[in-house]
Design a protein around this ligand. Structure first.
Ligand code: CP
Ligand code: NVA
Length: 317
């Protein structure tokens, strides 16, 4: 995780975690899934500052805190006014004086980075334009619990190289998966994060490849993953994106090209009939609700690692 000061760590990108840290967090999440309740966050308060709507992220953070004796305080898009009602740096410093950690969902990446620079408490990226690391943690947990491992598995991501795709790619590469992304030209993940993922994959015995054909990615895959074509904040581009992404729907035909035991993943909310067929998301390969549930277990492990060093799963390597 990003160290912005000696006393705190942030999770802004999934690449902030070393392979060992990532494995430890996943192990902790598995443990917490079996034993969800305790006092490991007793007396701790988490603030949720969201500039965009949320079901899963808000719910999982709030429930995670409550199940371990802590509490969460949610601030809606209307209340936050990050950079509008007052400067980001002032919000960061005020919040740091009253709570133990903060999860921030912003429009602009720069707002998240500025918030993290000025906060003296751990800052968790609860979805930004570039990444969705908490989703990535839950995704890896879901794949691991289905297959008993991650390294060597072929993961096909089909669609927009967006925040969800980027975090998934970074996490999967860090743990040695064979990642194949099929994106329309111009809609790939950011080049520097692709390069970082490739370096991580090389170190872990995995690989990251890009193509433009969904069939090429899906063939032989253990995991098929897709996300919306139009992310929050891109609504003005929706029509154009529907045209660009035509042919990138996760269909039954694509599922038939994957391994017989393949799983189908989507972070939700889903747009049936656009990036995924209704029959696929409702079909026997789909694990989307396990994935949603795993947000709770993965984020609880993260919160405990950040807020309860005595039981930290993130010991120095
Ligand atoms: N997958 C996810 O982050 O969902 P929300 O936007 O509902 O939190
Ligand atoms: N890529 C989507 C994910 C929503 C959880 C978005 O940013 O809107």
């Amino acid at each position: 995780m990003t160290t912005t000061a000696a006393r705190k760590r942030d999770l802004l990108s999934l690449a902030d975690l070393s392979p060992t840290e990532l494995e430890r967090l996943l192990a902790a999440a598995r443990h917490l899934k079996a034993q969800p309740r305790g006092e490991l966050l007793a007396g701790k308060t988490l603030a949720l500052l969201f500039e965009k709507p949320s079901l899963r992220t808000r719910l999982s953070f709030e429930v995670a805190m409550a199940q371990q004796g802590g509490r969460a305080l949610y601030f809606s898009p209307a209340e936050v006014g990050l950079g509008q009602r007052e400067p980001v740096r002032d919000v960061a410093r005020v919040v740091s004086r009253m709570v133990d950690a903060v999860a921030v969902r912003t429009h602009e990446q720069e707002k998240l980075l500025e918030f993290a620079r000025f906060a003296s408490i751990p800052v968790i990226n609860a979805l930004s334009v570039r990444e969705h690391p908490c989703q990535g943690l839950a995704d890896l947990l879901t794949i691991q619990e289905r297959f008993g491992r991650l390294a060597g598995l072929r993961l096909a991501y089909i669609g927009d190289g967006n925040n969800v795709a980027t975090s998934l790619m970074l996490g999967a590469a860090t743990l040695g998966m064979q990642v194949v992304l099929a994106c329309p030209p111009g809609y790939e993940p950011p080049a520097e994060l692709l390069a970082l993922a490739r370096a991580r994959a090389a170190a872990a015995g995995g690989m990251v490849t890009l193509c433009h054909q969904p069939e090429e990615a899906a063939r032989g895959a253990a995991v098929l993953y897709t996300d919306v074509w139009t992310s929050m904040g891109q609504e003005a581009e929706a029509e154009q994106r529907r045209r660009v992404f035509a042919g990138f729907t996760l269909t039954r035909q694509l599922v038939a090209l994957a391994q017989p035991t393949a799983i189908v993943m989507h972070d939700l909310p889903a747009h049936r009939g656009e990036e995924i067929e209704d029959e696929v998301i409702e079909g026997p390969h789909s694990v989307v609700f396990d994935q949603a549930e795993n947000r709770l277990h993965a984020q609880k492990a993260l919160l405990i690692a950040l807020l309860n060093p005595a039981s930290s799963f993130l010991q120095p390597e």
